[in-house]
Design a protein around this ligand. Structure first.
Ligand code: NDP
Length: 248
């Protein structure tokens, strides 16, 4: 939760989906803030190694763990092992997410479940054990990555909007439960950000709805996450911060 000081160097930040895209940028920011960084991913080991290389080239250190955040048994086992090795986890960033867009009336149940489970089961499976580790230390920051779709809805994204809106509700509730224990819980809601996830999105159409008339960069999200995880945000909890070029 600290920025570039000796304390941070002995602490750990966990970034789910930290192997690529926005998660990679967040992992690099967390490393710059001085944390040892644990990145998790599901199957892209090569991308995870690349992220670790980038962290080390910049003078930091980290490790990678592969598991599905939505799989309670697998995530539980992986988190138990991780938390037994890292006793000063000060940051958790719930970034792993998927989209499976389709008009609601045509949406297969498996796509509804997959998106909801990755986001909300993922939040449960990751945040609960990490909070249990943070509570005795009375210190920590959790940031979850939602989306502008949670706030305004989006055609073809009923599953995604529902999952991300759920993340906001869960974060607010948990924030109020742990606020007195020195732990802050916030949400960042990005707009359209240049990653593999938006390869199939109608970028031209969406761009016309962005007042800044451009797509965001992963680093622009990561810097806001870093702020929320730092002591500069020591009185900020239960909030959702939009990073979307001015979309309403
Ligand atoms: P990417 O698709 O580029 O990366 C997704 C990351 O999440 C990968 O590391 C992937 O690992 C991991 N991941 C996906 N599912 C799981 C799972 N079940 N268990 C563990 N890891 C998983 O996504 P972005 O970087 O674009 O998005 C990051 C977050 O930001 C997501 O939550 C997304 O919803 C949100 N967001 C993105 C926006 C955008 O415009 N890009 C806009 C608003 C929000 P692997 O490669 O191994 O599968």
């Amino acid at each position: 939760m600290t920025d570039s000081n000796d304390r941070a160097k002995t602490t750990t930040a966990i970034v789910t989906g930290g192997s690529r895209g926005i998660g990679r940028a967040i992992a690099l920011e967390m490393s710059r803030a001085g944390h040892f960084v644990v990145i998790t991913y599901r199957s892209g080991a090569e991308a995870a190694e690349e992220t670790l290389d980038l962290i080390r080239q910049a003078g930091g250190d980290g490790e990678a763990a592969a598991f599905d955040v939505a799989d309670s048994a697998g995530a539980g086992e992986a988190m138990e092992a991780l938390l037994s090795r890292h006793d000063a986890v000060e940051v958790l960033v719930n970034n792993a997410g998927i989209a499976a867009d389709q008009l609601f009336v045509m949406m297969p149940e498996r796509d509804w479940d997959a998106v909801i489970d990755t986001t909300l089961k993922g939040f449960y499976n990751m945040t609960k054990p990490v909070l249990k580790a943070m509570i005795p230390r009375k210190r920590g920051a959790v940031v979850s990555i939602a989306s502008v779709a949670a706030l305004v809805g989006n055609r073809g994204q009923a599953n995604y909007s529902a999952a991300k809106a759920g993340l906001i509700g869960a974060s607010r509730s948990v924030a109020s439960e742990v606020a007195r224990l020195g732990i802050r819980v916030n949400v960042v809601a990005p707009g359209l950000i240049e990653t593999e996830m938006i390869e199939a999105a109608p970028v031209k159409e969406i761009k016309s709805r962005i007042p800044m008339a451009r797509i965001g960069r992963p680093e622009e999200v990561a810097k806001v996450v870093r702020f929320l995880c730092s002591d500069d945000a020591s009185y900020v909890t239960g909030q959702t911060l939009s990073v979307n070029g001015g979309m309403f």
